[in-house]
Structure formats: structure tokens, C-alpha cells
Design a protein around this ligand. Sequence first.
Ligand code: GUN
Ligand code: FE
Length: 426
Amino acid sequence: MKIYRANIIYTPSPKQLEIIEHGYIVVRSNGLIEGVYRELPENMDWRNQVIDFGDRLLIPAFNDLHVHAPQYRNMGLALDLELLPWLNTYTFPEEMKYRDADYARRMYRRFVHELWMQGTMRSAVFGTIHYEATRILADLFLQAGMGAYIGIVGMNRNSPEGLQNTTEEVIEGLKMLKGHLEEHGKSGLVQPIITPRFVPSCSDKMLRALGEFAQETGLPVQSHLSENRSEIDWVKQLEPEATCYGDAYNKYGLFGQTPTLMAHCCYTDGEEMELMRKNGVYVVHCPMSNSNLSSGMAPIRKFLNAGIHVALGTDVSAGHNMSMLRVMQYAIQVSKLNYAQTRGEMPFLTLSEVFYLATKAGGSFFGKVGSFEAGYEFDALLIDDSYLNYDNYSLEQRLERYIYLGDDRDIKRRYCRGEEINEPAC
Ligand code: GUN
Ligand code: FE
């Protein structure tokens, strides 16, 4: 059992910032939270065990539900094109390099180190078509002790020679990765996820086989959906029978039949939106990426009003920064542009809403993660914002200033499932 004392902030619901000044959080030895207290109960023999973090902030760790590990080297580069030419010009050539396991190890070390640095303790990650590189990535997460879903990417059409796999290879790779993680992974912190890149990259045969594999294994699914207008037009040509882009996944069992993440959804509406709601598919909102590739503004307020699950993602390297702080900031700012553009029809996102999306909403994909309620896994960040807190700011204002002005240097400790996570090798 561990007891931490600090200024505790979390969001049990989107509009509810729970703030406990100099409160206590009790964590059991299995990493689960016993409870959060304003005062330690008198009858408990806990007083001598308290780890006192003074005036610092203790918040849930961040969850990045959409990020491309093999695009790490391109982060902050090459953002002068829209999606389809961007993929062909910058992204596919970089991903091809991951056939070289030494290159993969070198870059993936940096990637995992950066997630640690930014306080992202759980992520949903795209690898490449390559089994060995993806296994190396999974091993780096296991060594670090951070949670992740990791996908071998399926792509067998409209992709360059040298960056394609067959349906058999992607299924075989996923089976090997699953076996490897069952053998070496401790209690499922790192898990495989079925990852068709997007409809234009995957033949009907591949989509069907991946859907069947999802059904057999119960493994979750991640992909891209309705990101860019040219992409959507292309999917209409490629899949004339699908009633919408989402239906092209749905008809193969890749749209909520097992837990599913769909990144972007900038143009999702009508039937596609209803299908997402009905099937419990998550929208992963990546506003930094959508700005950089001129993709569009996802109608997040509409999704929230409809009761659709929404999480946040960096989408590096279409997103230029791995910090979930920056993603929260973009989410608010893009929602304000959308608010202006729709003449107030879509009220903008609030600070507590984006904080909820980056913590509890994203965390829900991993189980009871992202909040400090009893029974939740203790994933947390200790924040020293003293240089930002030079006057009488309230705790709510301190959180706001940390989100807008803070960065990784302010994170003093990181916890995942109750364990303190030390800096991984880089
Ligand atoms: N759609 C298909 N592949 C990708 C990718 O790598 N990044 C983004 N943003 N969209 C995609
Ligand atoms: Fe992406």
C-alpha cells in the first residue's frame, strides 16, 4: 500500500473537475486505487506511510490513442502537403526503412523515451508492415513498463513496392506478436491490435481476413476514417458497394465488433455517425494532425452530444509534437474555430472536457484507467508548476496554465498501474 499527498485533480465526468487541495490518494499493492480522501480516516493506521508531495499537482497520466511510431524521425518535418501526397512523398519512404531491425531499434528507443518524457503512460500505436521491428517496439514498451496496444500494419494495395505485406503475412505476424506478448508480457499491459492502415491500402480479401481474425481472437482494431476529402472520394471509387466509408470496415467486422479506434472522422456525419454510435466505435480526435495536413475540423461536439466515445491522439508525424498538452490545446482552439464557422451551432470544448478526453475517455480503452476513482489503475503524473505559480492562482487556474504553458520538464514522477516508471534507455 502507498499513500500520496498532493493537490489532486481529475475528471470523473467531462464537466466535473474534481479538485482536492492537499488530499490523499491510497494505492493498493496491486496498483489499484483504494480511494481519494480530503483527510485520512482516523481509524486507519496510514499516517506514518504518507509520501508527501507538498504543493505539487497530482493528475492522471495521459493516453495517446493514435500515434505512428515509425514516423518519429519525421516529427516536425514535411507538413507542406495534404494526406495522400504526404503519405507517398514523406511517410511511406520513412516506414520502408523499418525492414532494417537496427534502424528500428534505434528509432523506437527514442520514440518510447519520448512517450515517457511527455507523461503518456498508455498509447495505441501503429508500427509498420514488419514483424521484427514491431516486436522490438513491443519489447521496448515491456521494458519501460508502460501500457500500449501495438499493431503490425496491414497494407497490400495502392502502396509502394517494398511497403506491402500479404494477408497471410499480417495474420501470421499478429499471431506471433500475440504469442510473444502472452509469453513475456506482464498481465496484459502491452497487447497487439489489428491494424489495417486504411481502406485504400487494404484489399477486400485482407479486410475480410482481419475481420475474421478479430472475431476469432477478440483483439481490438485501429484504423483511419474520413480524414480528408480526396481520401473519402477515393474510398467511394474503391468500395462502390459500401454505403459510407465506415461501412467499408463494418461489412468486414472491423467497426466495433471488437473494441475499435477510428482516427480523425473529420467528415463523419449521418449514417456513419449513427453506425459509430450504435457499434460503440471510438473517434480518436487528432486536431494537430488535422491542422497540419489541412484535413478539416472534426465535429467533436456533435459526437459528444450523440454519446459517441471520443479520445485524443497526437498522430505523430502528421501531428508535429508528442505532447498531449499540445493536443488538448489544439482541441480547444480548433473547436473554437469550428464554433465561429458554424455561428455557434457547435459550442466549443472546455478545459475540463479536453482534460477528460486526454485522461479518462482515452483511458477507458485500456480498462479502468485515466481517473482517480476507487478501483482505477493508478496511472499518474506529479507536476511541479512552481515557476508558473508565482501569485495566488487557484488549483483550477494552475491546471489551466499547466495545460497551456507547461511541458515535459514539469513532470517530476510518472506512474503506470501503480509502479513508478523510470526513464527508459534512449
Ligand atoms: N491514413 C493512412 N495512413 C495514414 C498515416 O500514416 N497518417 C495519417 N494521418 N493518416 C493516414
Ligand atoms: Fe494516423
